[in-house]
Design a protein around this ligand. Sequence first.
Ligand code: ADP
Ligand code: MG
Length: 857
Amino acid sequence: MAVRGRARKKDHTPVMRQFLGAKGQHPDAIIFFRLGDFYEMFYDDAVRAAGILDIALTSRGTDPEGNKIPMAGVPYHAAAGYLAALLRHGEKVAICEQMAEPSSARAVVPREVVRVVTPGLCLEPDALDARAENFLVAATSDGGVAALELSTGTLRACVVELGPQWVGELVRLDPAEVLIESGARELEALCKQSLPRTALRSVELRGGAQALSELLSAEQAAELSSQEPAARAASLVLDYARAHQADSQIHQATLYTAGDRLVLDDAAVRNLELVRTLDGERRGSLLQLLDETKTAMGARALRSRLLEPLTDIERIRRRQDAVELFFADARCRDQARARLGEIGDLERLAVRTAVGLATPRDLGVIRNGLASAEVLHQELSTRPGSELDDSMASLEGADLCTDVLALLRAALVDEPPAIDRQGGIFADGHLAELDELRKLSTTAKDIVLDLERRERKRTGIGSLKIKFTRVFGYYIEITKSKLDAVPDDYVRKQTIANGERFITAELAELQDRILHADERARALESAAFLDLRQAIGDQAPRLHRLARIIASIDTSAALAEVAHCRGYVRPRVDASRELFLEDSRHPTVECYAAEDGFVPNTIALSPEGTRLMILTGPNMSGKSTAMRQAALAVIMAQAGGFVAAKSARIGIVDRVYTRVGASDHLARGQSTFMVEMMEASAILREATERSFVILDEIGRGTSTYDGLAIAWAVAEHLHDATRCRAIFATHYHELCELADRLDNAANYNVAAKEHDDSMVLLHQLVPGGSNRSYGLAVARLAGVPPVVLARAKTKLKELETRAEAAAVPQMPLFEAEPPPRSEVDATLEALDIERMTPVDALVTLARLRDLTRHDDE
Ligand code: ADP
Ligand code: MG
């Protein structure tokens, strides 16, 4: 067998043997196998990639059994986009390069896998969203979570209680790839459910905490013993990075705890549309609205500020101070933002430089960014009449990496090329030998020009030209009609359609000198570039620190810009448990949805006054909007920004919980009611006195009385036991009675005016309960035909009479049996007119007609 196996392997071509070797090293990756100007893929890789990339599947030769070898290829110069597409599909790609220029001397060019790229271990700008972090996350069964951002070289780890919080953490990180400790089935299931599109891998836990502790500050390393699970999760990540040759650029790690920040569960992140709308779009999200940042680093920082608002009052105030400075001084803001606009992604470029992926152009971007940072620093520190506040002080004492800037300024040409092999990288005067070679080459080229003039004169051929191509080198071109005049010492090189090409001894000699000098210059520049890149790469940690400061200034300036343009105000953030928003607005509805202008509303909750607000009102009146805008104000305030209101006071919130909407889970195959109950139970278990809870029509997913009973009990619990600030929107008017009974609850409704059957939505929050649902008026607004409305009106009267007759005098909900209901009643009550399509309406109508006929019989 062994002999046959060996013999068989020998039958593969040498190139295929190279491929099989690479595949053997990286069996789970698609091999990008460099063949000349293409990256080729073979066998199953080819089949898979062809499907994902929609490229042609061909074949190349046959295997030893005589079967065709499937092949698919992408051009070398366009590989980045294809690579990005494969990564988006969760694939790993191993890049196998030619390790020498192909030459005829050697039979096969040596090839090696130089890099393995996975969705979470990726430094390719094409595959990364410049404005969002790209996390590789690992999780252990004991709650360890570690997140690596390779493109910025940072790792963070924490311990999170398994369950909703854990899911919340994962959803917030929004990882590109997740590693789950092998055997942790439950985690895997949770992960598949909450991140259905993310690449998920099960990996063995091997290493100890050693690697992590080396990356931590001494202070944090000491804490490590109490954070065992975090350390284990970190070692999953570090092992994986090492296995993919990607561990060297990780330069910093931090341990964090959920308590340092405002906790948002995944429902809150999703329902409040913080970074994406419910449809998955960035447009329409809060982030999109607030993102006036000018740098990629700033955009990423803003995003993580929104997803991880603070709970520490001092830190929040410092951020607010920075925003206020730019808010108050428009000139300074404009100037700073213009400057920031010139700064490239120093953070990611520093890592690309450190790992040897940066191009000469990238180094040029670093140089320009550092130069602009220097000017920014100057402008900010010479602002007239400003005492230094914290954010600026950080820039004040910042290491501006002036030595790096000086080196790059001296070394590079103004616009360095995107490739490092063709020369043209270094400025004159930087490398003496290069200057010499360039002079040689230029002189020789001048002589060529001179030679052209001389030969024209000597031969009398005015159209004689000396030309150059990369393939043929220098030659003298003579058109057909002048061939008679060609001197004897011209040696013919090539015949072309309209003439011939010649060489002379002198031209050959010049060509030698030029090509030789050019080639030496290129080699010299390539080598010098590697040295320069290494030197800059060694400074990556310093560049990172500067990048963080720039990101923070950019974020502050952006928040100030938005606050200025949209009329936001600095909220007072304190240790109370107040929530007071005077004339507040919903930032995105105001901007994208409210065509006739947004009606501001004042929302006030306080521990001694109204803690629990029960909100009723017609459909479409603005209940959901009002409660969301309160939650968004809390998040924006604790992120350090201003809020959409006339004035605001926000006592620190530790968690924001939401239960909003009912439709978004359906796609995941969970029953709405089940999801509602899971979320409600998480809230009831975890919420504290400091939490802020918004519940939008909970209980809606089940039959009326179940739903009402549950809503009632949940509201009571929040009021009596949790004692947190909460807004509870409901279509159960019965709940209004609850507010009357409880000390710290109050009814509010969103007002509407009704004339006859028509209704005007005022979107105005007013005290008191509303006792009507305006369902018919909404149905009319929605365009339900008059005949149907008329019939529904009769039916409603009938139902109301019957209900009155059967009414239970008070509201002892849990003792009373529900009144007997006909199927017509049930159908009408269950109508969800907001969500009905015209066809639904007609079908329901037909059913109602059938039912009433039946009833009448
Ligand atoms: P509800 O939850 O009461 O059914 P929504 O909060 O979903 O109503 O609001 C429905 C629509 O009404 C929103 O999409 C928005 O366009 C508009 N709206 C809500 N509140 C306001 C407001 N305060 N001012 C102006 N338009 C509003
Ligand atoms: Mg609503």
